[in-house]
Ligand binder design. Structure first.
Ligand code: AMP
Length: 213
């Protein structure tokens, strides 16, 4: 199965993709996680990406496409989280999939009220190494600042700070909303209202894509 998970910053794409990948065995491809790993490794791509990411801007299409190309048509199935984010990326993905004879099965759009998004992003933290997400109010690590899973530091992402968040929301509307319309015109978008708890959204998601009970 090939699934694209879409939604604004804070919609819960990362949290839900991780859970879905664990329960289905699909490969989770998060361009955000891949870029943060490049930054942590101090690579040339990481250095370039950090300049864009810290401000909440998108990393150039050519870098993103080159980074993800080799993984997207994995015959085991993929769960795309945070990609494609622009029409250029969506067209490139179509080319990769059609070259491999693999169609996109479902595009899931997670929509969340703006107030709820702002609330989530302003309390979000993440493990610097394994990217496990936390919420500083409702889902804190057992030991403050330390990841329960791998013991690394739990941090607030630079791009979750208020100025960057505002820019990310604006860019999402300008560049990523058209991608959603592109998929809608093909009729394979499933809409999910993702205002609820991670458990309730997961339930809805698995029902929607047919992997639930
Ligand atoms: P995410 O973890 O998906 O919220 O992504 C964090 C940041 O990484 C975004 O705000 C962008 O700066 C960058 N990024 C992730 N995926 C993409 C993409 N597909 N195209 C461009 N930039 C991306």
């Amino acid at each position: 199965m090939r699934i694209v998970l879409m939604g604004p910053p804070g919609a819960g794409k990362g949290t839900q993709s991780r859970r879905l990948a664990e329960s289905t065995g699909m490969k989770h491809l998060s361009t955000g996680d891949m870029l943060r790993a490049e930054i942590a490794a101090g690579s040339e791509l990481g250095l370039l990406a950090k300049g864009f990411m810290d401000k909440g801007d998108y990393v150039p299409d050519s870098n993103i496409i080159a980074m993800i190309q080799q993984y997207v048509s994995d015959p085991a199935g993929v769960l795309l989280d945070g990609f494609p984010r622009t029409l250029v990326q969506a067209e490139s993905l179509d080319e990769s999939f059609s070259a491999a004879g693999l169609p996109i099965d479902k595009v899931v759009h997670m929509s969340v009220d703006t107030d709820e998004l702002v609330k989530r992003l302003s309390s979000r933290a993440v493990c610097k190494s394994c990217q496990t997400p936390y919420n500083l109010i409702s889902d804190t690590p057992s030991k403050e600042g330390v990841c329960d899973k791998c013991g690394s530091d739990v941090i607030v992402r630079d791009d979750d700070k208020p100025e960057a968040v505002k820019n990310r929301m604006k860019i999402y509307e300008e560049l990523t909303a058209p991608v959603l319309n592109y998929y809608k015109s093909r009729g394979n978008v499933i809409e999910i209202i993702a205002n609820g708890t991670p458990d309730s959204v997961f339930e809805e998601l698995t029902q929607a894509i047919g992997t639930g009970n």
